[in-house]
Design a protein around this ligand. Structure first.
Ligand code: TMO
Length: 315
């Protein structure tokens, strides 16, 4: 038998750090959805896991159904749980068991009907929602007749815009964009034509760096607005309120993640981005035109002081 010198033996042992021994070599499954910051953030956190020695796989999934997949362990985590869009699906999965809250980003989020400055000039009663009906003709298109047009996001974001229009008696037709990119393309085209437009937007996002504008101020969100028709200003309808302002942006994890990959789970708990970080991730794709993988690599390169501490002693 070949004699392994003391130094060589020590080196061989050191090559497998103690924290790594308990970790599975199975891939951590990270879901990708249909808006840029989420895709970039997922790629860059995946790269951080890989840097720390974990295997990672990406799957493109529906942004609502993903919570059921995480609960069942088919997907390992979610990096962008937006309160407005996904709070309900997240809470339902939480109540069934198998998934948990893995902490908040340092983000104050908002997802809401939004208009650019030139629409505000045409309809000076905004941002108060009660101005919407008087201005419906400004937002009307041949497709919507004498009703205003609201351009919503892709249907899987489940914003219940039609229910809100009905709950608040708004003379508007909701049209859903096929993709996030379609929202920004229509906004750019409306700017060129100096045509008022009302569309779904959110913060943090790159939009605020490019276009002046404001969210519509609906009656404030309250507990039960989405579920109890008797509550709110319309006693017969749900959704007679706006989306939460100052909403959370949180991480979710499969309950089995910590046991399978304790090292990666420890990293996930430390992951926390700010409004500026999230807006920058979206900008790299939506303004600079980068591929999400390249955007993730660039972000990691330029922000080592943020993420290197999360994997200290692991890489
Ligand atoms: C979940 N989103 C940021 C698209 O509203």
């Amino acid at each position: 038998m070949k004699y392994l010198g003391k130094a060589a033996a020590a080196a061989a042992i050191a090559a497998v750090p103690s924290w790594a021994a308990a970790n599975s070599s199975d891939p951590i499954i990270i879901p990708l959805h249909n808006w840029s910051s989420q895709i970039v953030m997922s790629n860059l956190v995946g790269t951080i896991f890989e840097t720390a020695g974990f295997n990672v796989e990406y799957v493109t999934t529906d942004s609502q159904a993903v919570y059921e997949s995480i609960r069942l362990g088919d997907v390992t985590l979610e990096l962008e749980v937006w309160e407005g869009a996904f709070g309900v699906a997240f809470n339902e999965a939480l109540a069934k068991g198998g998934l948990h809250d893995a902490g908040d980003h340092e983000v104050s989020s908002r997802e809401e009907w939004w208009y650019p400055s030139w629409a505000g000039e045409a309809c000076p009663g905004l941002p108060d929602w009660t101005a919407l009906n008087d201005c419906a003709h400004l937002f009307a298109t041949p497709e919507t007749g004498d009703k205003g047009r609201f351009l919503g996001g892709p249907v899987d974001w489940l914003k219940h815009d039609q229910e809100r229009a009905e709950g608040l008696g708004l003379n508007y037709v909701v049209v859903n964009a096929g993709s996030a990119a379609a929202l920004w393309a229509e906004l750019a085209a409306a700017e060129k034509a100096n045509r008022p437009i009302l569309l779904f937007n959110w913060t943090p996002n790159f939009v605020e760096a490019v276009w002046d504008g404001a969210f519509v101020e609906f009656p404030p969100y309250f507990e039960g607005c989405k579920t109890d028709a008797s509550l709110g200003i319309n006693p017969d309808m749900t959704y007679d309120c706006g989306n939460p302002t100052g909403g959370y942006l949180k991480k979710a994890a499969w309950d089995g993640m910590e046991e399978n990959w304790p090292g990666a789970y420890a990293i996930l708990k430390k992951v926390s981005f700010t409004n500026a970080n999230v807006a920058e991730m979206a900008k790299l794709v939506d303004i600079d035109g980068m591929e999400p993988e390249d955007a993730a690599a660039k972000w990691l390169e330029e922000n080592e002081e943020i993420w290197k501490p999360w994997i200290e002693g692991m890489s």
